[in-house]
Design a protein around this ligand. Sequence first.
Ligand code: PBG
Length: 329
Amino acid sequence: MTKYGSFPGARPRRLRTTPAVRRMVAEHRLDPADLILPAFVREGITEPVPINAMPGVVQHTRDTLRKAAVDAVEAGVAGIMLFGVPLDEKKDAAGTAGTDPDGILQQAIRDVRSETGDDLVVMSDLCLDEYTDHGHCGVLDAGGRVDNDATLERYAEMAQVQADAGVHVVGPSGMMDGQVGVVRDALDQTGHEDVSILAYTAKYSSAFYGPFREAVGSSLKGDRKTYQQDPANLRESLRELALDLEEGADMVMVKPALPYLDVLAKIAAEAPVPVAAYQISGEYAMIEAAAEKGWIDRDKAILETLTGIKRAGADMILTYWATEVARGL
Ligand code: PBG
């Protein structure tokens, strides 16, 4: 007995005594095979261009992208998610460069496939914002509103050109209603039954996309609140999940990751398909910036966030640190 009561009968600290014990009893473990590297490739550059708000991440040339893909494979990373950045003068209201068979994203898909074959799962962002001069994820109607159904027709074309270029997985990320169904039909009707769909199921209208807008040179003014989800809503993401599954999603995703771990946990509990989470540009920037100031331990913070995302239920994580983290595991 202590002066104030009995000594504890249960001592959880016993299982924390040494690194070996802690490792043995860890409930979740990161694996390189869980990680997917998002990568940007920009048309018309001969040297990679650093992205200010994402120290350590660049807009790749076609050559340096090939190299990054090979590095990812060597580190054991599972996949790569490609984003194309066209020449400024190629941006227009309809995002034509996004459906050009020789557009930058399609070239990048071919480049990476020819370099890595089937060793790396090659995925592509299926969205118009990288290609439109107004920066929205779809085409606009006469009133300047994003026109859902006209946009679906553009997405169907994008699906076909990306699949023709050899992509394994398309990632429709525009949050248009019916996008997964239309993309599935377009793929099936053009002989691409084996191309999978990673549905951006619960994609929130987030301030944390800020650095991404620089990464793809987006000229968006305003916001995406009429198509992306409101951060206040959880239940709505279950409705999006049901629709995406009905429309043929092979995998589903929650995005951003860290501020939405409850959404991730809920979707992971409900979804009968693999679940991904996207640790986005602003999540990356926060840690890099705080670490640069010497305010947090960068490497520990990275692993802690990724472990938290895994613990919340992600089978796969898209992270700009994928190759670095995979190397260290
Ligand atoms: C849409 C898209 C975005 C991101 C991935 N796909 C931007 C947006 O919806 O505004 C953001 C990724 C990131 O911030 O890291 N093409």
